[in-house]
Design a protein around this ligand. Structure first.
Ligand SMILES: [Zn+2]
Length: 102
């Protein structure tokens, strides 16, 4: 990873924060983004689209590997979520059956 020389400021002259990209197009790539990127304060939406990569694009092979790993992680997370839902609805069904039998 390349180290940035300085922390850039956004279009509103606010200091930006280092972040990591997760969409499939650039997984694991580092960038500076504004904290107000698509952020809303109550009824006011403040959008600042400042965005600046601070490392080089990864190779196609590294991107394919990263996408595969992310897909595996998301699949495991979905399976855990499904398992929790099955457990929850199974518990609710048992409670309802016990209440009905009384
Ligand atoms: Zn900003």
């Amino acid at each position: 990873m390349d180290q940035p020389n300085a922390i850039p400021v956004c279009y509103y002259e606010l200091p930006t924060t280092p972040r990591i990209s997760w969409p499939n197009k650039n997984p694991g790539r580092n960038f500076f983004g504004c904290k107000n990127y698509r952020y809303s304060y109550g009824f006011r939406n403040i959008y600042c689209y400042f965005f600046n990569w601070f490392d080089h694009p990864i190779s196609l092979r590294a991107r394919a590997v990263a996408i595969g790993l992310l897909r595996r992680i998301r699949s495991k997370e979905m399976e855990k979520r499904r398992e929790r839902m099955r457990w929850f609805f199974g518990s609710v069904a048992i409670v309802i059956m016990v209440c009905i039998m009384k």
